[in-house]
Write a protein that binds this ligand. Structure first.
Ligand SMILES: [Zn+2]
Length: 69
């Protein structure tokens, strides 16, 4: 196995672990628990984190604070 493949596997495991260890986020607007593996809805979410509530559609930053729009 090449070092590149090993690095890829280790990197993937670290990302997986971080995802599993993070507490579940709750929507500040409606209180719905958000899925741990979010799909970024736009460029800002992909770059900076943050997510869109699956239930009410309100936007939050990566710390779970509501983004007023
Ligand atoms: Zn919500």
């Amino acid at each position: 196995m090449s070092a590149g493949i090993i690095g890829g596997i280790v990197g993937g495991l670290v990302v997986l672990l971080i995802g599993l260890l993070m507490p579940a986020r709750v929507c500040p607007n409606c209180g719905a628990v958000q899925p741990k593996f979010r799909q970024p809805r736009n460029f800002r979410q992909a770059m900076w984190g943050g997510f869109t509530c699956v239930t009410c559609g309100c936007e939050m930053d990566r710390n779970g604070r509501k983004i007023s729009s």
